[in-house]
Design a binder for this molecule. Sequence first.
Ligand code: UN1
Length: 521
Amino acid sequence: MPRTFGHLIAGKEVGSPTTFESRNSSDHADVVGVFPEATREQVREACDAARAAFPGWSATPAPVRGELLGRLGEALAREKEALSRLVNREMGKTLKEARGSVQEAIDTCRFFQSEGRRLYGQTVPSEMPNKELFTYRRPLGVVGIVTAGNFPIAVPSWKIVPALVTGNTIVWKPSEDAPMVAYAFAKLIEEAGLPSGVLNVVYGGGKGAAGEFLVDAMDEGRLDKFAFTGSTAVGRHVGEVAGRNLLHPTLELGGKNPLVVMRDADLDNAVQGALFSAFATGGQRCTSAGNVIVDAPIHDAFVQRFLAAVAGVRIGDPVKVPDVLYGPFINQRFFEHWLAHHDLGAADGATKLYGEGRILPGNLPKGWVGTDPEAAYYGWPTVWGDVTPDMAIFQQETFGPTINLVKVDGIDEAIDVANAVDYGLSSAVYTINRDWAYQFKSRIQAGMTSINNTTNGAEAHLPFGGVKGSGNGTRESGIWVLEAYTYWHAVNDDVSGVLQLAQMDTAYVEPKAAVDVAKLT
Ligand code: UN1
């Protein structure tokens, strides 16, 4: 019998009248756990619990908060294997990728442990005597967090860990696709010693459910900050609600990431990079490649090698067969959205070079090494050729194992085509020409660029986030994320004992008569 788990509100585990099952993404017969569907009232209670916990947590010295996050890092490292297996089972990443994603959360804790001993402000000279100026980072208050299922521990850690080290309290609505991973993460945060009410977790869906209730909590004045990872459409809505409440949200949204292969590239390296960028996690990363842009002189050679590599891609249940490149769709919605793109591609007039839709017993790709393809949603690796920027499949995020091949002539056209989407999250170029690499990194519209590597590869101490439709310019990770969870407080400390007014009582030194250097000799 699967266990039934509860929300975490004010340090207590509580249930709801309705529940939902979290199932193994690779084998839907396997129920991982049963979770409550939060009511609007419960989301409000969670916000109020976070509000009540704020004075105590924000007054806890930052080094002490950092120490707690260091302990969380140790607990995550201790449980890394079990957590990775949970990620692998619940959302369907390969074990290697799952381990990487847990490591990303560990790295984040380690980085922010010591940030608790910095959180620097400045000491600033005043324009008047016997007066000092200071700047302090202050926490914002209660943070609402909604995260996606594709990185169920790494991406939540990018938000939760810096929000905590800076003294905020939290209501987190994890993805309904990976609530078990969220529960385990929250338990380890509890183990590290976080006081009750500082982190509250409410489970449930997005639309018409816990996610929407948490967004609505901004209109109810219950939140001071919102952080969201998910689709651009939902991100726009979150941004609108945040905007009318004068909140500055963190929005990490979709992508249609370009990977350029220039004529001088190491083709083997480029093929491997394109393969991973396109198909790892079944194309369900925000950083997955959407369009591979190939320089004309090597176009045909690249396509030939790429298609040979695609035919060799191992696909199957990543819990039972460890060395697959990718496993199932995380959920039915992603699968259906991906399936529909086949009609788009056909209507666009693109050429399907590889792929036959859903993997089924009578429709197995060469690389299928799984057991029962009907146990979950599995998709053929799909490659479209002759794609041009005006096509819908070039423009729209697919979020599945599909890649488009686009032919260009030279670096200028490659950059123009790479920029011809409404998104701008990540990007990559394969070239050994220093000038082309320089041109690409200078002119590409993206928050992240790899030179001779995949479109993936964010690390815990680099800024992560997009431009254009991929976000609102906020950044996660590293020192940059501190801006998202604090405001700057300017303090004037006057010890003169008299009223002295800035700009008015300032005794600037008057200049003397002008010196004309030409007349000096
Ligand atoms: C995401 O898909 O939301 O660079 C984050 C990468 C990972 C993070 C992806 N380290 O692909």
